[in-house]
Design a protein around this ligand. Structure first.
Ligand SMILES: Nc1nc2c(ncn2[C@@H]2O[C@H](COP(=O)(O)OP(=O)(O)OP(=O)(O)O)[C@@H](O)[C@H]2O)c(=O)[nH]1
Ligand SMILES: [Mg+2]
Ligand SMILES: [Zn+2]
Length: 295
């Protein structure tokens, strides 16, 4: 049989076959080869009711379509990049790195601006304007649930992970999205942000997939505070910014990096406000980060 690994804790895996979830372990050869099993992996497994280690045993991992290491997940169609403007305050370079990681892995990003009740309408629309022409983007109020319908429409039937800093409301959104799905009793725990650590009290520690009734596989993931860039060269970094592409042809140099070259159409677009300072600023930070390794 095949199923999706929806959770893994201490060597035990929970495998969902489309109807139900069974728990078990990996076969010895997988363990010996130190093969990693990611949440999101599609695995071949056998049911073994009499096994002391659970109801199933995983034979092998079917080749992954894609994977991310932070958060550690595989086989995604989409990644919802979740961030709030306040509590915690947004750090755009971190958000843009996560988006760039999606571009690099061939996963479609959807932008979710969360906790909209904590920011002014103007602040929310300014943030939305940074992304809405580049990616699908939604605003979500986790208290009223406003915006969840729009997100549901975008992700329906897909494998989608909620990723972003700790405390932005990923588990809250997870709960809202399967509120109607009473079949599943498991709920992602959410918690208040502790004043001391700035992390949620019920901060998510493991990736877990919540299969929704409409076929969506929703991955809740632990938050993070920073991200490392994948080992790329500067040209690859440039190509992770889709909004640069339509100007590239008008740059004087075909291989323009849009940094210090003369007659750069991207810098012209930046000057006239067609490319945002925030996104361009993130680009500069990322190019500097990858240049460090090349020295
Ligand atoms: N005011 C406000 N609070 C919210 C909203 N969404 C979530 N919260 C609260 O913010 C805190 C953190 O929410 P979580 O859903 O646990 O955040 P998370 O992104 O899952 O955090 P990690 O698991 O640590 O990555 C909880 O106290 C939630 O009740 C919202 O839209 N508005
Ligand atoms: Mg959480
Ligand atoms: Zn240029």
């Amino acid at each position: 049989m095949t199923g999706t690994v929806v959770k893994g804790i201490g060597g035990f895996y929970f495998v969902h076959d489309g109807n139900e979830t069974v728990m078990g372990k990996a076969r010895g050869n997988l363990k010996r080869n130190k093969e990693l099993i990611y949440v999101g992996d599609i695995v071949d497994f056998d049911i073994d009711e009499n096994d002391k280690d659970g109801e199933c045993v995983i034979n092998r991992v079917i080749e992954r379509r894609n994977f991310l290491t932070r958060p550690p997940v595989s086989n995604l169609d989409m990644l919802a990049v979740v961030f709030s403007l306040k509590q915690p305050e947004v750090n755009y370079p971190v958000i843009d790195k996560l988006i760039a990681g999606c571009e690099f892995s061939g996963i479609e990003p959807v932008i979710c601006i969360s906790k909209t009740d904590l920011a002014s309408e103007e602040e929310v629309s300014t943030a939305l304007d940074l992304y809405r022409e580049i990616y699908p983007a939604v605003c979500i109020n986790g208290i009223s649930g406003e915006g969840c319908d729009k997100l549901s429409d975008i992700i329906r039937g897909k494998r989608v992970a909620l990723a972003g800093p700790s405390g932005v409301g990923k588990s809250t959104i997870t709960n809202l999205l399967h509120h109607a799905d009473e079949v599943y009793e498991v709920r992602a725990e959410t918690g208040n942000i502790s004043e001391k650590t700035g992390r949620g009290r019920h901060t998510t520690r493991h990736v877990e997939i919540f299969p929704l009734n409409d076929g969506t596989m929703l991955y809740d993931t632990p938050g993070f505070t920073s991200l490392d860039m994948p080992q790329l060269d500067v040209k690859q970094v440039r190509d992770l910014f889709p909004e640069f592409r339509k100007y590239q042809a008008e740059c004087r140099y075909a291989d323009c990096m849009h940094l210090n070259e003369p007659d750069c159409a991207v810098k012209d677009a930046l000057a006239s406000g067609l490319i945002s300072r925030s996104r361009y600023g993130s680009y500069i930070i990322m190019t500097e980060e990858v240049k460090k390794w090349q020295r």
